[in-house]
Design a protein around this ligand. Structure first.
Ligand code: MG
Length: 345
C-alpha cells in the first residue's frame, strides 16, 4: 500500500467573512492511498484559524506511514491506530479515514454509505452558506443560490437584525444562523432567538464562547429554536461534556477525524436526544461526498463547501434541486478531473 499527497489551495468564489475572520482561499492537502489497482482519495481542509497546516499534515503522514496498512480489510483498526499517533491533527486523520473508506469501498465493490448500512435515497436538503457582506453582494449571492431551499447566514455583527431584514426583502426561504461565538449577553440572545424564530430561522449555531456552557444551557432551555453546538464539540468525547448545554451538535469530519468517528457521534447524539447537523469546512467534493455518505442519518445538512469554491479538482454531483445526491459508484464515487501531481512519502 502506497500513500502520496498533493498540496492544493481552494479558491473561494467570494471573500468569506465570519464574526472573527475573513479570507479568499483555503489550503488543503489531498491524499491518495493505493492498493493493487485501486486508489482511495482523502482530504485535509486547513482553514487558517485552526492549528493544522499543509506542513503538519505531511509530517503526520510520514509518522503514520510506519503503520502497517497492508491488510485493508482491517481498515477500522487502522483508523484507530492512526488516531493514536500524535494528538490533535484531526484534519490529517480525517484525510486518512476518508481515503481508507474510499479504498475499502472500491476494493469491496460497495459505495461508502453501504459500509455503514445506510441508504443513498431521500438525502436531506443542504443549506447554502451566505457570508456577511455588503448589501449589493448579499443580493447577488442570494440570486446565485436559487436552487437551494435553505440558506445559512453567518451573523454576530452589530447589524444582525438589519442583515436579516435585508435578506427577508429578497427571499422568504428558511435559514440557519451561525453566530460563531460572537454573543455574550444571554438575555439579548434569548430575545434574538425569539425574533429569529419569527423570521423563519430554523436553528442557531454556537451563540456563545465555546467554553461558556452555562449560558448555552440557559438559552437552550428557553429558545424556541434549537441551539446547536459547533466550536463547543469537536470529537466523540466532547459530547458527554456538552450534552446538557445544547439541543444539538454540528459534526464535521475535519474536526472529528473522519467518517468512522462521525458515525459514532451520530449514534451517541441520538442516545442523548440531541439533534444532529452535518457540517463542513471549505472542502472539495472529496470531503463533502464523505460527509454526504452519512447524511441520511442527520436532521440538518450544511454540506456546501465544494460549491463555495471555483477550483474543485473532483467531478461529483452533490446537489440536485437543493437536495444532496450520491452516485451509486463504489467508494466515495468521485473522480479526479484534473491531473494533480501526487508526491510519494
Ligand atoms: Mg459553525
Amino acid at each position: 500500500m502506497k500513500i502520496s499527497y498533493s498540496k492544493y489551495s481552494l479558491e473561494l468564489r467570494h471573500q468569506f467573512t465570519i464574526s472573527y475572520s475573513s479570507r479568499k482561499s483555503t489550503p488543503i492537502v489531498l491524499i491518495k492511498i493505493e492498493h493493487d489497482r485501486f486508489a482511495g482519495y482523502g482530504e485535509a481542509s486547513l482553514p487558517p484559524y485552526l492549528s493544522e497546516t499543509q506542513e503538519s499534515v505531511i509530517i503526520f503522514l510520514k509518522l503514520i506511514s510506519r503503520i502497517n496498512i497492508d491488510n485493508i480489510s482491517n481498515y477500522k483498526k487502522i483508523i484507530n491506530e492512526v488516531d493514536q499517533v500524535l494528538g490533535n491533527n484531526t484534519a490529517a486523520k480525517a484525510a486518512v479515514d476518508i481515503a481508507l473508506h474510499d479504498l475499502f469501498g472500491k476494493i469491496n465493490e460497495k459505495p461508502c454509505h453501504k459500509l455503514f448500512d445506510l441508504t443513498a435515497n431521500n438525502l436531506p436538503l443542504t443549506s447554502f452558506t451566505i457570508g456577511i457582506d455588503e448589501q449589493k453582494i448579499l443580493k447577488q449571492k442570494i440570486s446565485e443560490a436559487k436552487e437551494f431551499k435553505i440558506f445559512k447566514i453567518k451573523l454576530g455583527t452589530t447589524d444582525d437584525k438589519k442583515i436579516i431584514q435585508f435578506i427577508r426583502e429578497e427571499t422568504d426561504k428558511p435559514f440557519y444562523v451561525d453566530i460563531n461565538q460572537a454573543w455574550s449577553d444571554k438575555y439579548f440572545a434569548l430575545e434574538m432567538s425569539e425574533w429569529l424564530h419569527q423570521q423563519n430561522v430554523l436553528l442557531i449555531e454556537q451563540p456563545f464562547n465555546k467554553n461558556d456552557l452555562e449560558k448555552s444551557a440557559w438559552l437552550s432551555a428557553r429558545s424556541p429554536i434549537p441551539i446547536i453546538a459547533d466550536e463547543s464539540v469537536q470529537r466523540f468525547s466532547d459530547i458527554e461534556k456538552i450534552k446538557n448545554s445544547f439541543n444539538g451538535i454540528n459534526i464535521k469530519l475535519m474536526k472529528c477525524t473522519g467518517m468512522n468517528e462521525a458515525y459514532q457521534m451520530i449514534v451517541k447524539a441520538r442516545e442523548n436526544n440531541l439533534k444532529v447537523m452535518m457540517g463542513c469546512m471549505t472542502e472539495t467534493s472529496c470531503g463533502i461526498n464523505a460527509a454526504t455518505q452519512l447524511s441520511s442519518l442527520v436532521d440538518f445538512a450544511d454540506l456546501d463547501g465544494n460549491l463555495l469554491i471555483t477550483n474543485d479538482p473532483f467531478d461529483a454531483v452533490t446537489v440536485v434541486d437543493g437536495r444532496l445526491h450520491l452516485s451509486k459508484k463504489n467508494g466515495l464515487g468521485i473522480t479526479l478531473k484534473e491531473s494533480l501531481l501526487f508526491t510519494e512519502l
